[in-house]
Write a protein that binds this ligand. Structure first.
Ligand code: GYE
Length: 319
């Protein structure tokens, strides 16, 4: 029984390889179905542009679907890619959980799935071939390390936190990394934490509520992305306080808007999270179609940009 199973698995692998090689030899265009989360932030817009431009440059036919930040729309898009028999599916999962069924459907249809940007939480990791994107826990840690180095104090520090989309990998991981670094220093306290859904409008709205409740008690804002920080900056100014001075602000992404805010003295630091995943994704799709095995995890290289360097770095920023 065991032997025949092994033989069966071997034959299946061979068939896949032979068909992938046949594909590589034919000149058919590779078709990639990509399900994007939405257009909630500057980061996301840059990510979409990067994917579209890289697909065009690589000669890959891209079927692009915008889910408007709804998981059900992403599931529908993936099902439609399966029905259209695309060669590869890639997607950036809005939240971590709830993907098993649709990923099993893709697997049954023998369509490889690449995760870009955000991770999923599934028991069976054979449901996707590779996950490329940032280390969000590390980004959270970097924000905290910068903050403690900047303030360098053992006096009480009251922090408010604007979280990303509830249940999303970057919101869960950035919070975890940030808290992990602060833990040994109990004078740093998160006094309020709420989601702003990664948007400017929500960031502003939630910051207004924080200010109403805590007023001048707030020393620091940690925002899980730049857009929410930019929304919050407006709320702080309208409240009559100076962002970047009365309230120290650190956020994540390093989009152009963050550099402008830093140059204006309203944001103190941004931790980089690169949305420029397009080229890497297209290279991975081509490798896959040529029968190569992809690394299970491809991590993006990133840095930290304090406001002092903003003006100098700004001209070379690509997103
Ligand atoms: O930080 C935020 C976006 O998943 C890394 O999503 C991405 C995050 C990014 O909306 O701005």
């Amino acid at each position: 029984m065991k032997k025949s199973l092994q033989v069966f698995a071997g034959v299946c692998a061979l068939i896949t390889l032979v068909s992938l090689n046949a594909f590589a030899q034919s000149n058919k265009k590779i078709v990639l179905g990509f399900s994007q989360i939405g257009a909630e932030s500057e980061w996301r817009t840059a990510n979409t542009e990067s994917i579209k431009a890289a697909a065009a440059a690589a000669g890959i036919e891209l079927k692009f679907a915008d889910a408007q930040q709804k998981q059900e729309n992403q599931i529908k898009a993936i099902r439609s890619f399966i029905a259209q028999k695309v060669d590869v599916i890639a997607f950036s999962p809005v939240v971590e959980t709830g993907w098993e069924t649709v990923l099993q459907e893709a697997k049954r249809a023998k369509i490889p799935v690449i995760l870009t940007d955000r991770a999923v939480n599934v028991k069976d990791d054979s449901l996707y071939v590779s996950f490329m994107g940032s280390d969000f826990v590390e980004e959270g840690r970097r924000a905290a390390v910068w903050l403690m180095g900047y303030l360098h104090t053992d006096k009480p520090v009251n922090i408010v936190e604007l979280q990303g989309t509830v249940g999303s990998a970057p919101a869960i991981d950035r919070k975890r990394g940030f808290e992990e670094m602060l833990k040994p220093f109990p004078n740093y306290k998160i006094i309020r934490s709420q989601t702003g859904d990664f948007t400017r409008a929500k960031g502003k709205e939630v910051m207004e509520a924080f200010l109403k409740a805590e007023g001048k008690n707030i020393n620091v804002l940690f925002a899980h992305n730049d857009d929410m920080a930019i929304g919050a900056i407006q709320a702080i100014e309208e409240f009559g306080l100076k962002p970047g001075k009365d309230i120290i602000i650190v956020s994540i992404d390093a989009v152009k808007g963050a550099f402008e805010a830093m140059i204006a003295g309203k944001l103190n630091c941004t931790v980089e999270c690169s949305p420029l995943l397009g080229e890497q994704l297209m290279a991975a799709v081509k490798d896959l179609m040529a029968g190569k095995t992809l690394p299970k995890r491809i991590v993006t290289n990133e840095g930290v940009y304090p406001a002092e360097f903003a003006a100098q770095v700004f001209p070379s920023r690509k997103y």
